[in-house]
Design a protein around this ligand. Sequence first.
Ligand SMILES: Cc1ncc(COP(=O)(O)O)c(C=O)c1O
Length: 401
Amino acid sequence: MSTVHEAIELSDRYLVQTYGRPDFALVRGEGAYLYDSTGKQYLDMVSGIAVNTFGYGDKALQTAIQEAATGLIHTSNLYHSLPGAKLAEALVQNSFADRVFFSNSGTEAVEGALKFARKAATQHHHGKQGFVSFTFGFHGRTMGALSTTANPKYRKPFGALTGPVAFAEFNNLENAEAVIDDNTAAVIVEPIQGEGGMMPATDAFLKKLRDLCDDHGATLIFDEVQCGVGRTGTLWAYEPSGVTPDIMVVAKPLGGGFPIGAILVTEAIAGMIGIGDHGSTFAGGPFITQIALHQLERVNQPDFLAHVREIGDYLESKLTELADAEAIVETIRGRGLMRGIQIAETLPVADLLPIAHDHGLLLVGAGRNTIRLLPPLIIEKRHVDELIETLTAVLAEAQAV
Ligand SMILES: Cc1ncc(COP(=O)(O)O)c(C=O)c1O
């Protein structure tokens, strides 16, 4: 039986069916390209959903993994261990934060952030509990993170979630002012929304949230799980706004493909958290944190971030040309190498993906009508040119159907 048939048969038989997958199996990769079991090549504009910063077969990352594997893999958080402490130091030295708590995923980092914010709120009268998040925001699939994820499609089937949560309109200053009040323990926001359609928060909006949180004694949480660690051309997406949060969650690309998340906090928040308040068996282990430190140090090189900005600008100019040429393209959004192409309602992105696959292009959607571009950050102008050429053909074929 071929690899792809075996993969499909076993997946259909044994996996809980939460993903609709195309009928090919990826078996290897090189640079910005992935290959399926028949040898077909795909230009990767997904990078494992904003994870594979250096693409595939990256020699330096492979060496870092091999070196980390010769040391301790896991010791638990019961004991001191140097790699995790060094990663925390690097995160603190390169952000607003004073301290770090590690997790194993984005959603788990959000859970911890919400817990920390609730604990911080105990300093207020009655220990207020309310969370505020925003329309089109996405914060993960576990119960707490899910409760702050606006789209009812994700929340509704699962009954009572963590409350109370109020949803305010993203980028609407007046609405934020109306919703955030003295009962708000925390406000959680993505500086650039990913799942919701690659929508950047305006600087004025982030500033307003900072002011409202200060006025009402609420904790401001930035969710940089998707937009952080270099994706937008600065190490953190919040940087150009000049606004800093009390807590920030990061994950996806931090571990170079291994699962790790981090909750970055100010000293004021850390001071509210005591021994035993939170924990995790696996999080921040020596193996994974050594790899994450390699990842962070490489991404945080000025030349590397300048490359992301340069190729991101080039991508923006080419997408603008595409939008001018193709009536089906309504708007383009995003920053750096995190871009969204909104197409007309008449053409659901889900219908477009199989055609893109036929043309050797991996894409992912955001919402119903946005194509999400999250390429490996090592792509060059030639990859952008290839993307535009293929996408033009894909859009033409999709409209002809
Ligand atoms: C902004 C944001 N927050 C949180 C999450 C959840 O991360 P994970 O899938 O690692 O649990 C995601 C995942 O897509 C995300 O995009």
